[in-house]
Ligand binder design. Structure first.
Ligand code: FE2
Ligand code: FE2
Length: 271
């Protein structure tokens, strides 16, 4: 099967880019299942029910979050009144947190696909359980019991070292492990030694003529003065869609991973 993962969609330009190109991307790479990080999709901060439903209508199968999960608080009521939702927040949020940290999807071809997300702990101001402990106690037993044909772990976090530590520790357990959150794609997509497809960060889907998706002027002013009163707003230039395509058949050990960059100032793909 072929899987598409799209990095943090930032604001309207990120959503518009997906709206314009997702169908052709899925066609070109013969994608069977799509995961999109949408923690910044609503004006840079959080996810609204309306945007979630738009993503699903576009052909997205699973929507992941991160430290911005609850910036738009209405998504919590939506998840509670729509229990079949496909929204996944970090598994290692504290125990009373709303939502779910993983979901096993039933594909129309009969295969089961597990999608989960953890948040790393360095340089992040969110209360978290230990990500290794959460994975060991909640996910690994499911994988070892054969509950999924394919499994993906999104590692949302700031430090490349910590993301590599989780990737290497769980090499061979998941079909793919990939990072999100920094909004800058790394150049290390590869198959790890025990067969897991890995990339430290898959980047953002937003305007790269910016500071990680936000308009430059106010972001720089904040850095230079320490005054946070200037509102950060998403950039309005054409977005680059940044992500990965992982290909793997469930009956073989051989996987492949390819990075994609489409549109905007980082464009690398011809359509
Ligand atoms: Fe984040
Ligand atoms: Fe983000």
């Amino acid at each position: 099967m072929n899987f598409l993962m799209i990095g943090d969609v930032v604001g309207r330009v990120g959503r518009n880019a997906l709206h314009s190109h997702l169908t052709e991307i899925k066609k070109k790479f013969e994608i069977d299942f799509t995961i999109v990080n949408a923690e910044n999709s609503a004006a840079g901060f959080g996810l609204t029910p309306k945007i979630y439903e738009e993503l699903i209508t576009m052909g997205v199968d699973a929507v992941t979050l991160g430290n911005h999960a609850w910036d738009k608080i209405e998504i919590i009521d939506y998840m509670e009144s729509n229990p079949n939702h496909s929204i996944i927040r970090p598994l290692n949020f504290l125990n009373d947190s709303p939502g779910r940290g993983y979901k096993i999807f039933d594909h129309s071809n009969g295969k089961k696909i597990l999608v989960c997300q953890v948040h790393t702990k360095l340089f992040i101001n969110v209360p978290l359980n230990d990500p290794f402990y959460s994975l060991d106690t909640e996910i690994i037993s499911l994988l070892e019991a054969g509950k999924a044909n394919y499994s993906f772990l999104e590692v949302h976090g700031e430090a490349t070292s910590e993301k590599n530590g989780i990737g290497q520790h769980y090499d061979g357990k998941f079909t793919g492990i990939y990072g999100t959150h920094t909004h800058i794609p790394t150049a290390d997509a590869r198959i790890l030694s025990k067969g897991t497809a890995f990339k430290t960060d898959i980047g953002m889907t937003g305007d790269y003529d910016s500071i990680i998706g936000m308009k430059k002027e106010n972001a720089i002013k904040r850095m230079r003065t320490g005054i946070n009163s200037n509102r950060l707003e998403p950039g309005e230039g054409e977005a680059t869609i940044s992500g990965i395509v992982i290909k793997k058949e469930s009956n073989t050990d051989i996987a492949s991973i390819k990075s994609i960059l489409i549109g905007g100032v980082l464009n690398r793909e011809e359509f």
